[in-house]
Design a protein. Structure first.
Length: 313
């Protein structure tokens, strides 16, 4: 039987994980958006650019620094807040489920593999919140390249108008183009993401020390390890997803990927990898630093308020 105190504790933990994940998502976008834009452009229109630096030079020269490199920032924030809030809230719940299944008393005592499994499970649910917003983000980031490919003049369009346009043309299903490839990227990706993060935290933990107390620099380094692990494993799936979403391609991860390899070679599945890796370490380091420390602060605030209520002056 679940007691009311345990229920309140679970709700409190869920709210904290949800909020901390949201704050981490916002921080990640502002740190990593410029290189994410370059990544999407190189993934979807590789023939237009010699390399990462050429893409950045052309983007800034033709679209401006803010408008070019920060294109799609609003939907990116929505996407990351939506994904990370659900992801980290789901991660907390899935950690508890894995702990129960493996007879581990405390979530903090789960192994890196168990945490990786919880992250993989949580990623399934976060994919449904991520896919629509990431689709809009990718279309905005590659808007100039799409107009060049179609021969049409570049039309200034914002995220709300573009969302309405997608809904008018394709209905709700249009916002979930690429969902299968998103799930195929997210689940194995977050297995190594959380696994790599927790493994690195264990490596940085000194004997007799709790991994929650390793300090901000070690937390950021562990976050960077998790992020690099994610992209090294999932990058080909992300390229395919971006192509499907930006160009509204028909097919699934396998058929579209096979077609890309046939026409452009295996190397095409790694277009944009360099800016992604350059972006990932600082971005995911910031994500986990924000998540862990905002979570810690909120737990302290909740506990102090509970103590004040239990012991009124």
């Amino acid at each position: 039987m679940v007691h009311s105190g345990e229920k309140r504790s679970s709700v409190k933990d869920g709210i904290i994980d949800f909020t901390a994940g949201s704050l981490g998502g916002v921080a990640l976008v502002y740190v990593g958006q410029p290189l994410d834009t370059i990544k999407v452009k190189m993934q979807t229109f590789p023939q237009l650019y010699k390399n990462m630096f050429d893409c950045m030079k052309q983007t800034v020269g033709k679209e401006g620094f803010i408008r070019g490199l920060y294109a799609g920032t609003a939907p990116a924030i929505v996407a990351n807040v939506a994904e990370n809030s659900v992801l980290f809230a789901g991660y907390g719940l899935c950690q508890k489920a894995v702990a129960n299944l493996t007879a581990v008393q405390r979530v903090e005592d789960l192994s890196a593999v168990s945490n990786a499994t919880a992250g993989c499970m949580a990623a399934f649910f976060s994919s449904f919140t991520l896919c629509p917003t990431e689709l809009i983000k990718c279309k905005l980031q590659a808007a100039r390249e799409m107009s060049m490919a179609s021969g049409a003049s570049l039309e200034k369009i914002g995220p709300l108008r573009l969302t309405k346009q997608v809904l008018a043309e394709s209905g709700i299903r249009g916002l979930f183009v690429g969902l299968g490839s998103t799930i195929a990227r997210e689940m194995p990706g977050y297995f190594v993401f959380f696994g790599g993060y927790e493994w690195a935290r264990e490596m940085f933990t000194k004997p007799g020390e709790a991994k929650e107390n390793i300090g901000p620099l070690a937390t950021m380094a562990a976050g960077g390890v998790g992020g690099m692990s994610f992209w090294l494993v999932t990058f080909p799936a992300d390229v395919i997803k971006s192509r499907i979403q930006v160009s509204s391609l028909q097919g699934n991860l396998y058929t579209v990927g096979k077609d890309i390899v046939k026409k452009e070679g295996v190397a095409a599945l790694y277009n944009g990898l360099r800016p992604t890796l350059l972006r990932t370490f600082p971005a995911t380091a910031t994500l986990f630093l924000t998540y862990e420390y905002s979570k810690k602060i909120m737990h302290e605030l909740f506990n102090s308020n509970s103590s004040d209520l239990a012991n009124p002056i």
